[in-house]
Design a protein around this ligand. Sequence first.
Ligand SMILES: Cc1cc2nc3c(=O)[nH]c(=O)nc-3n(C[C@H](O)[C@H](O)[C@H](O)COP(=O)(O)OP(=O)(O)OC[C@H]3O[C@@H](n4cnc5c(N)ncnc54)[C@H](O)[C@@H]3O)c2cc1C
Length: 407
Amino acid sequence: MSTRTLVVAGHGMTGHRLVEEILTHDRHGHWRVVVLAEEPRPAYDRVALSTLLDGATPGTLTLPTRQVPDDRRPHLRLNAPLTGADPAARTVTCADGATFGYDALVLATGSRPFVPPVPGHDLPGCFVYRTVEDIAAIRAAAAPGRDAVVVGGGLLGLEAAGGLRLLGMRPHVVEHGPWLMSRQIDEGGGRVLARAVDRLGVGVHCATKLRALTAGPAGHVERAELSDGRVLDAALVVFAAGVRPRDELAAPLGLDRGERGGFLVDRWCRTGDEHIWAIGECAAVEGRCHGLAAPGFRMAETVARQLLGDSGEAFTGADASATLKLLGVEVAGFGDAHAHTPGAIEYVHDAPHTDTYAKVVLAADGRTLLGGVLAGDTTAYPLLRTLTGRHLTASPDTLLTTSAHGA
Ligand SMILES: Cc1cc2nc3c(=O)[nH]c(=O)nc-3n(C[C@H](O)[C@H](O)[C@H](O)COP(=O)(O)OP(=O)(O)OC[C@H]3O[C@@H](n4cnc5c(N)ncnc54)[C@H](O)[C@@H]3O)c2cc1C
């Protein structure tokens, strides 16, 4: 088999995983790998980004790369976003003008933070939370002792609030949902979380929206006006209000987008062009984008197997559970945490005196674990996560007591 060229657009978490899979399994060197990366550094552990505010340095986040002979090493081009393409000729062009031909092109361009277009969103002192450079800019702008506003009370927003605390600021979280992390956890878990976050000195403002940001005399952001009329001091603002898939290459490549954005792909991550795949947060698998690392890794593995001549397994989803980091508050939501499955039964152990809350969700058969929520103590989380989807031998009561008091 002659050598073919794989071009990977994006060296983030899933682009990196794809390259590692190819290097590991392409023992005969059938693929020459070219990686075109927008960021100025090789792939790093974005999930651990906030540790940069807790003593880590960018170098410690770099994802490990498999050692291979020189002639098999991928050609990694940094600061070189892919900006143009000629799918008929199977070539792509980088911002620096370099052009590469490909036999296979894998798009792994991730997402961009969503910034609500409220007045003042682009004032000096407003930031997003996605890259090493974003964190460095926030650190440089931090004003210890002053108030900061985080827009978005999901996982990322709370993580950002934790980061701002470490920088000595007093963060306020503004969340339009009825409680914090309302996508991952239910109202009971949200209550425990709100109490814990409040004790840490983080202001919580739920069921309201950011209406406008206004500047002080120096032109720097100074106040945040909320839709319920409240006004918060804001020496710094971080937007953590969701992400949007980076699918701007769909037009030059002649690819379809999902209804809510993202490169539209099937369960094998194939686009409508037989030479192009999309993986990670930029991929709308059967129309749906996945905003976590684990699903992106599964997609990377699916595509790697196809490139290596094995039809492999289709992507059928992946662990979408999430735990809160950095704030020192333990919460976890996994599986069908909101009991959306028809006939699902919820068993709850709510113990306000110990500030713990545990819920397990069982299928209508009363035996299959579908998901759950843990707040205050998440020791049982790894065990429950592995039991999800399985028939339980223990009673829900035993499970709840175990969850509430640790595994
Ligand atoms: C602070 C933080 C905490 C997180 N915590 C968790 C967590 O606890 N658990 C979890 O599962 N997930 C978490 N995530 C989400 C996780 O990081 C993402 O799901 C994961 O990084 C997605 O991988 P990706 O490769 O699709 O995108 P990315 O890692 O964003 O990589 C995409 C790369 O493509 C580059 N790119 C974009 N356009 C182009 C182009 N045209 N040409 C070349 N390169 C391009 C981008 O610059 C970027 O480097 C967190 C994210 C953040 C920011």
